[in-house]
Ligand binder design. Sequence first.
Ligand SMILES: [Zn+2]
Length: 77
Amino acid sequence: MNADQTVQSSAWPEGVVARYLTLVGATVDVRANGLLSRFECTGCPVDSGPWPHNMAHERAQAHAEKCRALPRPEVGK
Ligand SMILES: [Zn+2]
């Protein structure tokens, strides 16, 4: 993972099928697993699911719209 790349251009973590960008630059990542998906926020500790895919996407988007937590800068290197 390259910390110097922007969120939009950096490689997605393995298994992430969708990403919702929050207003402050964190992302809410949706991971699919079989018939279910779960989502986690890179800004705050939210990790929710599993949900049916459509619900996971809806909830991930809803979370991205209101979450104001900043993504934690990557440490070390
Ligand atoms: Zn969040």
